[in-house]
Design a protein around this ligand. Structure first.
Ligand code: A2P
Length: 292
């Protein structure tokens, strides 16, 4: 698998298994399947409720801990300095893998940015203490990145964003590139376009995507992942089906030509399928993250 070297020198396997929306009782099998097929990177989050099962699968794989890159995220209800340190301890207990490779703030809170900043200060402390190998953010747009960096010591290594041809967030990507932040695509298959009532068509059924897949003798999912990788991103497709988990990893044996990349670039609608940071408030998105 291609590696991306983060801005602090740590290597991250570019393609990982996402487990957003993977129910806890299906997570262990999905992650074990992925690891047995060659995945070496799993993306979870405290709020997904499946950190324990991710940890069980990584331990059951028999792979040396340092060969698997595990990332998780602090949920907004746990933002604040002490709160975030405590939240990290909860994640560590559930994962039971020793350290976490990459720890992200799950969303910015434009309506409570001081808490966001304090949460990030806790991430900086965990990094300085060697508890985590890298830190970053998720769903930060230009304004929130600028606000964060105005008071931060460490430039985030990663910004995980909704990123697929229908929603490309080019302004955020440009700033990330300028700052040396790796873009990591959530919903790289456009999953959010069909599991939410987003007003988007199903990206996997898009005529341009399907046409390229036909021309290349590949599946629409493989075309979308290849597009993300060729743009230099990290991609974390989710699946619970072994055939799809395998298919999504098999994206190195072909290449999109420049005009094919451009055809996908041209599909941007400028509209997210998921929420915007302004919609993610402590009131509407509060979740209690269990202790264990
Ligand atoms: P399933 O888990 O049943 O395979 P995204 O990562 O963009 O959010 O997309 C995830 C969605 O896409 C899930 O609904 C997943 O369903 C489905 N999916 C994952 N891989 C593939 C694939 N190769 N072909 C078609 N659908 C896929």
């Amino acid at each position: 698998m291609i590696a991306r070297t983060l801005n602090n020198g740590v290597d991250l396997p570019a393609l990982g298994l996402g487990v957003f929306q993977t129910p806890p009782d299906q997570t262990r099998t999905a992650v074990e399947t992925a690891l047995s097929l060659g995945y070496r990177h799993v993306d979870t989050a405290a709020v997904y409720g499946n950190e324990r099962e991710v940890g069980q699968a990584v331990r059951a794989s028999g792979l040396p801990r340092e060969e698997v890159f595990v990332e998780t995220k602090i949920w907004i209800s746990d933002f604040g300095y002490e709160e975030t340190l405590r939240s990290y301890a909860k994640s560590v207990r559930k994962l039971d893998l020793g350290h976490v490779d990459l720890l992200l703030l799950h969303w910015p809170l434009p309506s409570a940015f001081d808490r966001t900043r304090e949460a990030y200060r806790a991430l900086e402390k965990l990094l300085a203490d060697g508890e985590v190998r890298a830190i970053g953010v998720s769903n930060f747009q230009v304004q929130q990145l600028r606000d964060l960096l105005a008071g931060a010591d460490v430039v985030p290594a990663v910004n995980q964003l909704e990123l697929h041809p229908y929603h490309q967030q080019r302004d955020v990507q440009a700033l990330d590139a300028e700052l040396g932040i790796l873009d990591q695509a959530w919903s790289p298959l456009g999953g959010a376009t069909f599991y939410r009532d987003s007003g988007h068509a199903n990206l996997l059924e898009d005529a341009v995507v399907a046409g390229l897949a036909r021309d290349l003798g590949r599946t629409p999912a493989q075309v979308l992942l290849r597009w993300g990788l060729q743009h230099g991103r990290s991609v974390i497709p989710k699946s619970v089906r072994p055939d799809r988990i395998a298919q999504n990893l098999d994206v190195l044996g072909f290449k999109l030509e420049d005009d094919q990349v451009a055809a996908l670039d041209a599909l941007d609608t400028g509209r997210a399928a998921g929420p915007t940071p302004e919609q993610v408030t402590l009131e509407d998105f509060h979740r209690d993250i269990p202790e264990a």
